[in-house]
Design a protein around this ligand. Structure first.
Ligand SMILES: [Zn+2]
Ligand SMILES: [Zn+2]
Length: 159
């Protein structure tokens, strides 16, 4: 029997994947440990920047950024080193260029725009022409029903 071996995407080592994973157990253990380290640093020091996390965990800065990118929950508790590009006052969140308050404001205005669009499109509809077309379709289908109704025909044929 052939064992379906895979090459680990990270270290290249051959491994037999029990689950549908691209990296070997060794590498995924390391990944989890890095994640836990970052999580721990955030819990201990709260609201620290990615470079401070890197200093505390002894992980490379890119690794910290990578972990923060994959975890929105962790990123929420991390202060970005950059200032919000919108208000230029509050610190931007770790996963974007703008602060949380500006993100919320943008989200709200997007909602407002879509609400306005919805209102405009329903106002420009012409209900009269639609109802006329509906009546015509109904008439046509009703006459067609009469003509091709097999039940009516079979009853006629029997008599
Ligand atoms: Zn590996
Ligand atoms: Zn802002």
């Amino acid at each position: 029997m052939d064992i379906d071996l895979k090459n680990c995407k990270k270290c290249g080592r051959l491994f037999s994947p029990e689950q549908d994973t691209k990296i070997c157990q060794k590498c995924s253990d390391v990944k989890d440990r890095d994640y836990e380290l970052v999580e721990e640093a955030i819990t201990l020091y709260h609201k620290i920047t990615p470079s401070e996390i890197a200093a505390h965990t002894h992980l490379p800065q890119e690794r910290v950024n990578e972990i923060l990118k994959t975890s929105k929950v962790l990123a929420q508790d991390v202060d970005s080193e950059s200032v919000c590009t919108q208000c230029k006052k509050r610190p931007a969140t770790a996963d974007s260029d703008i602060c949380l308050a500006c993100q919320m404001a943008m989200f709200k205005s997007l909602n407002d725009i879509s609400a306005t669009l919805r209102a405009t499109s329903s106002a420009t509809k012409k209900p009269q022409s639609v109802s006329l077309r509906d009546t015509m379709t109904e008439k046509r289908s009703r006459s067609g029903f009469k003509k091709f109704n097999p039940v009516t025909q079979s009853i006629k044929g029997r008599n």
